[in-house]
Design a protein around this ligand. Sequence first.
Ligand SMILES: CCCCCCCCCCCCC/C=C/[C@@H](O)[C@H](CO)NC(=O)CCCCCCCCCCCCCCC
Ligand SMILES: Nc1ncnc2c1ncn2[C@@H]1O[C@H](COP(=O)(O)OP(=O)(O)OP(=O)(O)O)[C@@H](O)[C@H]1O
Ligand SMILES: [Ca+2]
Length: 581
Amino acid sequence: METDLRLESSLWVGNKRHRAVLTGWYFNWTDVDKKKTISVPVAEVVGVEEGQVQVLPQKTVVEKDKDFTVFYVKRSSTGGSSGLLWRLGQTQFSCPSRVLRDQWIKQLRTAVKTHSPLRPSKLLVFINPYGGKKRGRQIYSSLVAPLFELAGISSNVIVTERANQARDHLLKKDLTDLDGVVCVGGDGMFSELLHGLIDRTQQEAGLCVNDPAVALQPCPLHIGIIPAGSTDCVCYTTVGVIDPVTSALHIVLGDSQPLDVCSVHHASVLVRYSVSLVGYGFYGDVLAESEKHRWMGPLRYDYSGTMVYLSNRSYQGVVEYLPADPLLSSPRDKTRCLSGCTLCSRSTERLFPNSSDSGSLYSANFSSFSNDSEGEWVRVEGSFRCVSLTCMSSSCPKSPLGLSPSAHLADGTGDLVLVWDTHPLGFLKFLHRHTSTQDQFDLPFVEVHRVKAIRFSLPSGKEEEAHEAVVGQKGGPDEEVYTDTGSWSGSQQRLSDRGPGQETRSHQKTVSPFLCGLCCSKSPSVSVWNCDGEILPFTEILCRVHCQLVHLYARGIEDGAAAQNSNEDDTRCERRCILHK
Ligand SMILES: CCCCCCCCCCCCC/C=C/[C@@H](O)[C@H](CO)NC(=O)CCCCCCCCCCCCCCC
Ligand SMILES: Nc1ncnc2c1ncn2[C@@H]1O[C@H](COP(=O)(O)OP(=O)(O)OP(=O)(O)O)[C@@H](O)[C@H]1O
Ligand SMILES: [Ca+2]
């Protein structure tokens, strides 16, 4: 194959003569006077066009019958974020003849097809016009659509008119011929796609999602995220930057990043899926508080975080967890899951032993939870500041290394962080360490465990308060949260039996800005669960991590030092997992 695609000739870039070479994997051109080479992996060529073409900010074409333009990915540093910004690079070449020009175009396009088999040709795009700073529509039309057009992707665009429209569409409408689904929005929009695709896939496979032991079927469609939300945690953790152009380029190239998903069950019924945070206590209360201040936009989390911190609460609970294999990895091993992570790749090999790439994974035989030698559950009980489970590092601009910096995107485990009750300054120290490289787990009141599943319950006598805490919340039992499966109406009924109009003590009323929260001793409170930014109307839950249930158009965070300016010399961008001591 390599030899078939090889082409070599002189080409002109401006008035400089270059020696251009297309080998199987690379397209290089060397300035013959300065001996300077630019090298582009064929898999990172976005498009090849006849003539002298510009795409951004507007498409312009100067027809010249001996010219062609190559568009490709160019990397630059971000000055802050973990990953690298991708930009559209372009070079216009002039050939000695039209015949040679046509040969270059044909060979380059064939090489691209050969070396990136997962490039999408048909996408369904959902834009949330109200996410984040409400710029979704503009971001798509000015930054993303031109790149999709250049790459020959046909996209059907739906601007949503209500919450859950995207999820409902994916559950019910015809999805044949689609390669992937894209959301322009934040974590909430991503979550809609996640729920729609997972449930559609399980329905078609005839699987019962309520059984936490069932081996769910991985989704055949890829998910793309164009970040336009408030936290954009899933995008940041899987790409390393919040940048619509970078994310659009990952989609165009057909990058594929498997992702673990946690199913959350209550009373033997599936409640939701999560990829980022299932959090009780502090993060639950911050979310509940922030819902009252949506008008503040992304700032609502800082405001609510401060209010909840000042209310100085702790929460009683019983946490049981099923530890993952400690010989494989640990949440304190100081590794980071980066692009090409070997631990995650080994999980892929274990899950899909007969498959050489993630494009042909979907009929693979998934190892089931119940078939695993499950191991022994561990039980702890006490008073916590927060209990958090995260399937990935959950990094975001506020916390560049995330809730659990050494967590992995696709290893089939999650990290359980237990923050025991402590004095207010201790908890502030814990929170503050999320904003730097200081280890937030190196504190005497913090524990972290790598797990396959967790259970949470309240100590006996606390159930009444739990009901009161969830009634009246957005997403509480009286409101639609997740009714499409129709499957959890039983438990909904059970909690609603007491009647919606009944007088309750909303735990939100006790979130107060008064500093006395910091000095007066308080009895422990009951919180709600924050599940990827949605409040769960149940307190007692069981969570189970499903290895690589979905695939994103992403490749994980690229190691800046290895990948930056990779066009400038002939080094390949290695995908690997490195120490970050
Ligand atoms: C002293 C500074 C401390 C800064 C502490 C920063 C910790 C940041 C940790 C971020 C974790 C993000 C996890 C991602 C969750 C997403 O799936 C979900 C959906 O988007 N987002 C949220 O639930 C939204 C959750 C947002 C949580 C924000 C918490 C902000 C806390 C601010 C505390 C200030 C204390 C000030 C005391 C004077
Ligand atoms: N047209 C719409 N009107 C109202 N709500 C919508 C609409 N489209 C989507 N939504 C809902 O808006 C919620 C929030 O959207 P999104 O996640 O895009 O932004 P965000 O909340 O600002 O960001 P983040 O989730 O990153 O914090 C989603 O849960 C989604 O269900
Ligand atoms: Ca994981």
